[in-house]
Design a protein around this ligand. Structure first.
Ligand SMILES: Nc1ncnc2c1ncn2[C@@H]1O[C@H](COP(=O)(O)OP(=O)(O)O)[C@@H](O)[C@H]1O
Ligand SMILES: N[C@@H](CCOP(=O)(O)O)C(=O)O
Length: 311
């Protein structure tokens, strides 16, 4: 993965981690950012953590979000991603002991599934006898194949602002932008969830040419606004590809978006929703920071993506 801002990618593969226990932290991510459907993504300072080691058989424990709901065997998404990393390295995973500490809401539009996949890929790579056989680019490809779209996987792997695209060879790639220091993120986390898979099915196969043209302009403007001219963020966060089609499934989020935008606040659906994200260089009036059904937090943008440590 190339980095336009020269910031570090995920922790490099390290032979010393191959034995023993490995801890991986991966940030939440907000995808789309309005008009950047399936391409723009931003890492946020809210982290899931997994600790894993090789053993015979699979043993999973979970605390935090999803406790009592997630499968505790080979169907667990992190375990599947660890196994995918080993398969890609030409090896069969012997077995895994895994403990997850989950803080990213599930089905909230904050990239929990991408965080789980990236956690598993980074953990799987670190546990390989020779981690260097899997490059960061290969992990982006594996994660995108599992997730179905690259926009959360790219910032979960490498942090910051990313623009993911499909190259001529059919593989996902990502470039990075340095977010203007005045830009702040405020996350309105919905108390309800929705399945990304389901709300993707609500999107039409074809959109009017005028919508595509307008969206191309605002997406390009958004990159400029986020990296160079935040004063343009309100104009740059107009989407015509996905939010309106998803609105009937998440009326509270649609109403919140309307309220914020009517007040001139640059608000978008976070990922597939139902969370809402504000990206702005201005203070948000305090009366707009309280909404039934949403928890409102300023969340720093994370320059770091997944971090791998021994122990
Ligand atoms: N930490 C985790 N461990 C295991 N599975 C997870 C984890 N986080 C998310 N998932 C899986 O991903 C699903 C949510 O994915 P998705 O619908 O794409 O929503 P999101 O916007 O949160 O990524 C969860 O219901 C669960 O099946
Ligand atoms: N581009 C995807 C992004 C989904 O993000 P998530 O965090 O809601 O899973 C989409 O809009 O479907």
């Amino acid at each position: 993965m190339s980095r336009a801002d020269g910031a570090p990618g995920p922790t490099a593969p390290d032979r010393d981690l191959a034995a023993g226990t490995v801890t991986v932290r991966v940030p939440a991510t907000s995808a789309n950012l309005g008009p950047g459907y399936d391409s723009f993504g931003l890492a946020l300072d809210r982290w899931d953590e997994v600790r894993g080691s090789l053993q015979d058989g699979v043993q999973v424990t979970v605390e935090g979000v999803g406790t009592g709901q997630l499968p505790l065997d080979g169907r667990h998404l992190v375990v599947r991603a660890v196994a995918a990393a080993w398969t890609a390295a030409g090896r069969q995973l012997p077995g895994l002991r895994l403990h997850g500490v989950n803080r990213i809401p599930h089905g909230g539009g904050q990239g929990s599934s991408a965080a789980a996949i990236v956690s598993g890929l980074l953990l799987g790579r670190a546990l390989l006898p020779d981690p260097s056989v899997l490059s960061d680019q290969r992990l982006l490809e594996l994660g995108t194949a599992m997730e179905g779209h690259p926009d959360n996987v790219a910032p979960a792997l490498s942090g910051g602002l990313t623009l993911a695209f499909t190259a001529r060879d059919g593989r996902p790639r990502a470039v990075h932008g340095a977010v203007h220091p005045a830009v702040r993120a405020v996350l309105f986390t919905a108390s309800t969830g929705s399945s990304t898979h389901h709300t993707r099915s609500l999107l039409p196969a074809v959109v009017p040419h005028a919508d595509a043209a307008a969206n191309a302009a605002t997406a390009a403007l958004l990159w400029h606004a986020l990296t160079a001219e935040p004063a343009l963020l309100f104009e740059a966060t107009v989407d015509r590809l996905h939010q309106a089609y998803r609105a009937p499934e998440m009326p509270a989020s649609a109403a919140l978006l309307l309220t914020l935008r009517d007040a001139g606040v640059p608000a978008v659906l976070s990922g597939a929703g139902p969370s809402v994200l504000v990206l702005t260089d201005r203070p948000v009036p305090s009366e707009l920071l309280r909404h039934n059904g949403f928890t409102v937090d300023p969340v720093p943008i994370s320059a770091l993506g997944g971090v791998v440590t021994a122990g």
